[in-house]
Design a protein around this ligand. Structure first.
Ligand code: ADP
Ligand code: MG
Ligand code: MG
Length: 207
């Protein structure tokens, strides 16, 4: 298992870009059901921009990698998800500070800071059928991790379960809330993209 260092952060973001591109159509279809159908396109554009940036200028630190990602997501993604993910990565970067590698508690702090940023910006709570429903169980699960890898793994599992659990919910925040009861019966696209990104963090622990 590789250290959760700068190289890992770069692999994480590149792997996120790969899985987001792979699931682009699925995210579009989910957002078409309860939103405006652009989530896959928005996320793919943002993560492709991160990869282009890294190709040009490899990140010099762990926090720097996440900060670069935040800047690209804020400037390229647009919609609700851009500023929300941008804030998450920016707060996560600040939480990491000058750490050269993350252990279990540092992973838990990084994810909590990201989730707190999303909540500060979007004001959604658990059960509102948003990406918060993937982030919050992930943060809770990461807190028990014996080391960085265990914390990430538990977070990814919990995010996937959290995303699946958005299906019966009625949206109370974001565009899907305009549908009221008709938003029930569909997965929240942002919760699904969150689960993909957190799984990518685990995949990136293999060198
Ligand atoms: P838009 O809705 O502007 O088209 P996207 O389609 O890219 O933006 O993103 C939609 C996702 O953003 C939703 O599936 C949901 O997870 C998330 N979202 C929307 N509003 C909020 C909010 N207030 N708090 C947290 N997440 C939100
Ligand atoms: Mg949308
Ligand atoms: Mg939109």
């Amino acid at each position: 298992m590789a250290a959760l260092d700068t190289a890992w952060a770069e692999r994480w973001l590149r792997e996120s870009a790969r899985v987001i591109a792979e699931h682009r159509q699925e995210l579009i279809d989910l957002d078409r059901a309860i939103g405006d159908g652009d989530h896959g396109e928005n996320m793919d554009r943002g993560f492709a921009a991160i990869v282009a940036k890294f190709d040009e200028e490899p990140p010099a630190s762990l926090a720097g990698a996440l900060k670069m990602a935040a800047m690209m997501l804020m400037s390229k993604v647009g919609g609700a998800a851009g500023p929300l993910y941008g804030t998450a990565f920016l707060r996560a970067s600040t939480a990491i500070g000058d750490a050269e590698a993350l252990d279990g508690p540092a992973v838990a702090r990084m994810l909590a800071a990201g989730r707190d940023g999303i909540v500060a910006r979007g004001k959604a709570g658990p059960g509102d059928k948003t990406m918060v429903d993937a982030w919050t169980p992930a943060v809770d699960a990461a807190a028990g991790g014996a080391d960085g890898h265990a914390a990430l793994s538990a977070a990814a599992d919990a995010a996937e379960a959290g995303a699946q659990a958005t299906k019966p919910l009625v949206a109370r925040k974001g565009r899907a809330s305009y549908l009221g009861q008709r938003s029930a019966g569909h997965l929240d696209p942002g919760a699904v993209s969150t689960a993909l990104i957190l799984r990518a963090a685990v995949t990136a622990t293999a060198e």
